[in-house]
Design a protein around this ligand. Structure first.
Ligand SMILES: [Zn+2]
Length: 381
């Protein structure tokens, strides 16, 4: 069915328990869901060309408004065809609001009911991020999907702090929606509420009543135990509007993705597959592989026997380990490519299993296999 913004539609094609698979269409791409969005923080998925990113199955990536606003600047990007034109990415783009990075990176930030004042972590210059400014900047970045400005309470925040963040997030969501929409740009609302189920559900009710094209869950994976996150998701996600895409922001590990999509999440993003790759950690169907370990020094086997990516089809573990030991830039590049391919394959396989009605047993056996062979010491380590 059509979403509120012209040019966008979302169709659920199969349901298996709480999980669903379908297709999100934007003016630039058709995205099969559940889908993983690689993170291209500064208009680049670190180390990879757009062609390489697309070869992993990705049809939408995420870029960070905070970074691009400060450098090279939103007006410059607008003059270069937006982020997509600038970086020659041929598919869809989602931008965050900038708020999360202001909280985690900026210096001397002060938040009030109207917005956030902060100093750039690059040069100390003073900036002001309001709901209206977050939407204006994302209009210039020309993403397919813009996120509203929200306040994400810190992990372990007290209930009254969470309540304050929720009421700000609601007022800011309304202000974001009141701005003039950019043609061809959808807008997603964000639900907060920390680890408090009742606050999450009531905030979901509030945000779902607004005219957003999709609904996101923010403020997960901020230090709470994974079992608690899975439990909360299983109780919240099935209550999210079924006819709009559901996005879990900034999560996570392969296990997190499988658990969350089993609860009905459609979209994910996370820096984990590319960040861990740069540290020599590969994510595979057999759990995590730490390529820096001596056990791989003479290992002629492929990184992942069940992976059909070009890295696994070409190179040995011994060679990949050597690249990391010798600090060759090819190492991070190749493992980033494999890790994103693995995430793309996880999503592809999950969609297939949902269509067959076999998702639950497949998730259990897949996680068990990863757990048994994980080199880092169990998936919860
Ligand atoms: Zn591979």
């Amino acid at each position: 069915m059509s979403l509120p913004t012209e040019g966008f539609s979302f169709r659920v094609e199969a349901v298996d328990g709480d999980a669903r698979c379908g297709e999100l269409e934007t003016p630039r791409a058709k995205i099969e869901t559940p889908a993983f969005m690689p993170v291209g923080t500064q208009a680049a998925v670190k180390g990879l060309t757009p062609d390489e990113v697309a070869s992993t199955g990705a049809r939408i990536i995420l870029a960070n408004t905070y970074h691009l606003w400060l450098r090279p600047g939103a007006e410059l990007l607008a003059s270069q065809g937006g982020v997509v034109g600038f970086m020659s990415w041929p598919h869809a783009l989602l931008t965050d609001s900038g708020g999360y990075q202001v909280f985690s990176l900026a210096k001397h930030r002060t938040i009030d009911d109207d917005g956030i004042t902060f100093r750039s972590h690059l040069d100390g210059t003073l900036h002001r991020l309001t709901p209206e400014e977050a939407m204006r900047v994302q209009t210039l970045l020309a993403s397919d999907i813009a996120m509203v400005l929200d306040e994400c309470p810190r992990g372990g925040a007290r209930r009254d702090e969470v309540q304050l963040a929720i009421s700000r997030t609601t007022r800011w969501a309304e202000r974001c929606l009141a701005t003039e929409p950019a043609p061809g740009q959808a807008r997603f609302g964000i639900v907060q509420g920390g680890a408090e189920l009742d606050l999450r559900l009531s905030h979901l009710h509030t945000i779902a009543a607004l005219d957003f094209d999709g609904i996101a869950l923010g403020g997960f994976s901020v230090g709470e135990p994974t079992a608690q996150m899975y439990e909360l998701l299983s109780q919240i996600v099935p209550s999210m509007p079924a006819d709009r895409p559901r996005y879990l922001m900034g999560v996570g590990t392969p296990a997190d993705l499988l658990r969350a999509l089993a609860s009905g999440i459609d979209l994910f993003d996370c820096v984990l597959p590319t960040r861990n790759a740069r540290n020599g950690q590969a994510l595979t169907w057999g759990g995590r592989v730490n390529l820096r370990q001596a056990r791989h020094a003479r290992d002629e086997s492929t990184l992942d026997a069940h992976c059909d990516c070009s890295v696994c089809g070409t190179y040995s573990r011994a060679y990949l380990r050597h690249l990391f030991k010798a600090d060759e830039m090819l190492g991070p590049r190749l493992v980033s490519l494999h890790n994103l391919h693995f995430y793309g394959s996880l999503m592809r396989k999950a969609r297939e299993m949902i269509r067959l009605g076999l998702l639950r047993p497949w998730v259990e056996t897949t996680l068990q296999r990863m757990q048994e062979r994980d080199e880092v010491g169990g998936l919860d380590a």
